[in-house]
Design a protein around this ligand. Structure first.
Ligand code: SAM
Length: 152
């Protein structure tokens, strides 16, 4: 399982949190970082897309993270994540840079998911998707990490 993202996650609180969750995921979640590109917004998005998609093998099951994507409850995400795993294809999560994802990434993606409708900083998105994948695995293995209670 791989996360492909624009930019470098330097040491600091986001890095610590990401490492904490990524280490708990099985198989381990590895990261490929793509250097941010320069140029006009359009050029940046196109070049970022080439880097992101170039890091994915042909048989990758590509999951693009985009605020316009589908939202899930954690239980729904866990069930969806299990179905993705059942495809037997390597899962690749793609996170865009400051200008977001190019349309070509959305077109190639097998799934486009949102962590809510708000825009999050891309370094936080890494942490959030790692936590949700860990949570999905906990749900799918009946581990008590996830508590499903809601207000009465
Ligand atoms: C700073 S955001 C880019 C914002 C940009 N205006 C856009 O249209 O996407 C950087 C990346 O973080 C991820 N991201 C930010 N908010 C997100 C959300 N709510 N759900 C899923 N991914 C998100 C996306 O991969 C996005 O390309």
């Amino acid at each position: 399982m791989k996360l492909v993202a624009i930019g470098r996650l330097k040491s600091g609180p986001e890095r610590e949190l990401f490492d904490r969750y990524a280490a708990r995921i099985r198989p381990v979640l590895t990261v490929t970082e793509i250097a941010p590109s320069k140029g006009s917004v359009m050029e940046q998005k196109r070049k970022d897309a080439a880097g992101l998609l170039g890091a994915c093998p042909e048989n990758a099951f590509v999951i693009a993270l985009d605020e316009g994507g589908k939202t899930f409850s954690s239980l729904q995400f866990a069930a969806t994540f299990a179905r993705w795993q059942e495809t037997g294809r390597p899962l690749y999560f793609l996170i865009g840079g400051a200008e977001g994802l190019d349309g070509s990434v959305i077109q190639r993606a097998d799934a486009v998911i949102a962590l809510g409708a708000m825009t999050w900083p891309h370094m936080l998105v890494r942490v959030m998707i790692a936590e949700q994948v860990f949570r999905a695995q906990a749900i799918n293995s009946n581990h008590p990490y996830h508590k499903d209670s809601r207000p009465d």
